[in-house]
Design a binder for this molecule. Structure first.
Ligand code: GLV
Ligand code: MG
Length: 346
């Protein structure tokens, strides 16, 4: 195990010092762009004003024959667009693929100073993070990159779930983690054909009562993994995210899946289709009614000490802390969105 004093040392001479605190940024939706398509790249300057994060996808969904074009398209996009406060991320190919090494070397060399986060797919354990950590430090030193490029892992293999705590705390470069339900379903040999969301056959059945029809209730296939991911991330001081929702024809199910993850502690989700941007914005900006109640709690017990009753509900140190989470997030949203600032009365 690396000892605490070494943990925050740069891994290469001349690389920037690792961050002790993550940058405070709103990341409600990580919007996926296929950078090999010129038509999609042309939309990025406008898109960057609407989303919190633009991600150039190089991995799955990019055809094998377009892998190099996607990498080059992402570099062009990174050079030519002013992203302002919007995050610029890329999802590189898996470390065992023929493209990952050049993805990292070429992108960091060309736009390392603009790139905020590398999303790393199919992370099995801390060894994957250590490899990329070291490589990034060498490249940051070579190209005189001023701030460390962060790593975001996708939790999408059974082995990754087994090692989720070790992955979360593998490096000070860790930004966070997203659930990858499609690959995880495949890795686990789940009997589904979906990208996230529920399944009508995953349910509990009410007890039989004579001949009356028996109610059934669909359960959340992802509850267990999201719970493990949120705890691992919160304990390590990094950020958990829900990943993709593949059925673009079902916005209600997408919203429900995003909201379950939000309520459990996630801070955002991926938007794979423009229609999912608005869904993520609604879900991952706290509800104005909840924020108003949180403000009541803080007003009634400014230092969080003791206990008070508000609208018949007991409040104490623990609800005060929950209220602070909602108010801090609302402030972050309000700083970016004047309409939401008015709704929150902040
Ligand atoms: C995302 O990459 C997934 O596999 O769900
Ligand atoms: Mg995947």
């Amino acid at each position: 195990m690396k000892l605490p004093r070494q943990f925050f040392q740069p891994l290469a001479i001349g690389a920037p010092s690792p961050l002790r605190e993550l940058p405070v940024r709103l990341e409600r939706m990580i919007h996926f762009v296929p950078p090999h398509m010129e038509k999609m790249r042309a939309k990025v300057p406008e898109l960057a004003k609407q989303v919190d994060v633009v991600l150039g996808n190089l991995e799955d969904a990019i055809p094998v024959e377009a892998k190099e074009a996607a990498r080059q398209g992402f570099i062009d996009m990174g050079k030519s667009v002013d992203f302002g406060p919007t995050g610029l991320w890329t999802r590189i190919n898996a470390l065992n693929s023929p493209w990952a090494l050049d993805d990292v070397i070429e992108i960091v060399g060309a736009i390392g100073n603009k790139l905020d986060v590398i999303m790393l797919p199919k992370v099995d354990g801390p060894w994957d993070i250590h490899y990329l950590d070291q490589l990034l430090a060498q490249l940051e030193a070579r190209h005189k990159i001023g701030k460390p490029i962060l790593i975001h892992a996708i939790l999408e293999t059974a082995q990754g779930v087994n090692n989720v705590e070790a992955i979360a705390s593998a490096s000070p470069r860790m930004h966070g983690m997203s659930l990858g339900p499609a690959d995880l379903a495949a890795s686990r040999a789940m009997k589904t054909t979906r990208v996230g969301g529920g399944h009508p056959e995953y349910k509990v059945l009410a007890d039989a009562a004579g001949d009356a029809p028996r109610a059934s209730y669909q359960q959340d296939l992802w509850h267990y993994t999201v719970g493990r991911m949120v705890d691992a991330c919160a304990a390590a001081g990094i950020k958990p995210f829900y990943g993709p929702f593949g059925d673009f024809s079902d916005p209600a199910a997408c919203e429900t899946q995003f909201r379950n993850a939000f309520l459990m502690g996630c801070l955002g989700a991926w938007s794979l289709h423009p229609s999912q941007i608005a869904i993520a914005k609604i879900v991952y900006s706290p509800d104005p009614g909840e924020v108003a109640f949180a403000k009541k709690i803080v007003a009634a017990m400014p230092d969080g000490a003791g206990a008070v009753m508000i609208d018949g509900k007991m409040q104490d140190d623990a609800t005060w802390k929950q209220a602070k989470v909602l108010i801090d997030l609302a402030k972050l949203v309000a700083a970016k969105d004047p309409d939401m600032a008015a709704e929150y009365a902040l």
